[in-house]
Design a protein around this ligand. Structure first.
Ligand code: PMV
Length: 321
């Protein structure tokens, strides 16, 4: 009754921000992302009747109570589906900074869902895994799949899931993540989603989402970099505008975040194909065609405040090891 699975984080080009239903994690709008490699989280799950209670280890150490509670609640969903009444031991290991707006929860919950379902003897198809992963962390439903992925907002638990839009091989983009702060962020995305409806801009962002999704979908399918750059940067700025105008306001950016945005815009003015997008943290994802990755990495390395650059490429689906 044990299994290990691995999953990569993802970067959204049309982002998920705000829920229609916080408990079921039904999103206010659909989203599109790219699953990343070589960043990954490995999760080992062992159901064991001899354990006194659930045990959760993160990076080799006992998990903080809030993290343990969130992972245990997710195990409860798996136990309920499998009709299992047994504690479990969960160990997660990630090869990248956690909680710094790098979609670490997407990788954790995609891997946890895949491992726990297998360990519990459930035979779930990818759609059912995606729906279940969504309950742990919305963006995790996208990390169940590799390459370019779309999450349909849906209307209820059964209709809100992700599906592949194009394979990882379809388009060789590089994601250079400029790390300007690797510490744990102050406000996690679950709290952030709950604040989204307090912004007067959220309704406009959600109403315009079908158009951005359409643009993003065709930009990816046609490998139209300029169009993807335009729509992804617009979408990221719209989400951060919602964050800034929530009550209380959320400001994830630091001066170094802005310095990186300026570097990217300057590069584009100089004819280099690159755009940026930022999740719920200060670090900046800079996307470019794989052939310009060296040039972009060099420019980012010279930007004040950039501590480290993580170089990623399109990655595969969550998998059992
Ligand atoms: O899945 P969550 O609850 O960690 O939310 C992810 C939110 C963003 O990363 C900001 C956007 C997205 O679509 O990934």
């Amino acid at each position: 009754m044990e299994a290990t699975a691995a999953a990569g984080p993802n970067i959204a080009f049309v982002k998920y921000w705000g829920n229609r239903d916080d408990h079921l994690r039904l999103p206010a709008n659909g989203s599109i992302s790219l699953t990343l490699d070589p960043l990954e989280t490995r999760v080992h799950v062992r159901f064991d009747a001899a354990l006194p209670t659930d045990q959760v280890l993160v990076q080799g150490a006992e998990a903080p109570p809030a993290t343990a509670a969130r992972l245990t609640a997710h195990l409860d969903l798996v136990r309920e589906l499998a009709g299992l009444h047994m504690p479990a031991r969960v160990e997660t290991q990630s090869n990248f900074p956690q909680g710094a707006g790098l979609a670490s929860s997407a990788a954790v919950f995609a891997a946890l869902t895949t491992a726990a379902a297998a360990a519990a003897g459930l035979h779930l198809d990818p759609r059912a895994l995606s729906r279940l992963a969504r309950r742990g962390s919305g963006s995790a439903c996208r990390s169940v799949f590799g390459g370019y992925v779309e999450w349909y907002a849906g209307e209820d638990d059964a209709t809100s899931f992700a599906e592949p839009l194009a394979s990882a091989e379809h388009w060789q983009l590089s994601d250079l993540i400029a790390i300007v702060e690797a510490e744990h962020k102050a406000v996690g995305s679950s709290t952030g989603h709950a604040l989204a409806p307090t912004s007067p801009l959220q309704a406009a962002r959600v109403a315009d989402a079908p158009r951005r999704l359409r643009e993003c979908r065709s930009a990816i399918l046609e490998r139209d970099f300029e169009r993807l750059a335009w729509i992804a940067e617009l979408d990221s700025h719209m989400m951060h505008a919602v964050m800034l105008t929530s009550t209380p306001p959320l400001l994830y950016w630091t001066p170094a975040t802005i310095a990186v945005i300026r570097t990217v815009h300057q590069a584009r003015q100089n004819g280099i194909a690159v755009f940026c997008t930022i999740d719920a943290g200060p670090n900046v994802h800079c996307l470019c065609p794989a052939e310009s990755a060296d040039t972009v990495e060099h420019m980012l390395g010279q930007t004040p405040g950039v501590q480290r650059i993580l170089r990623c490429q399109p990655g595969g689906p969550a998998r059992l090891l």
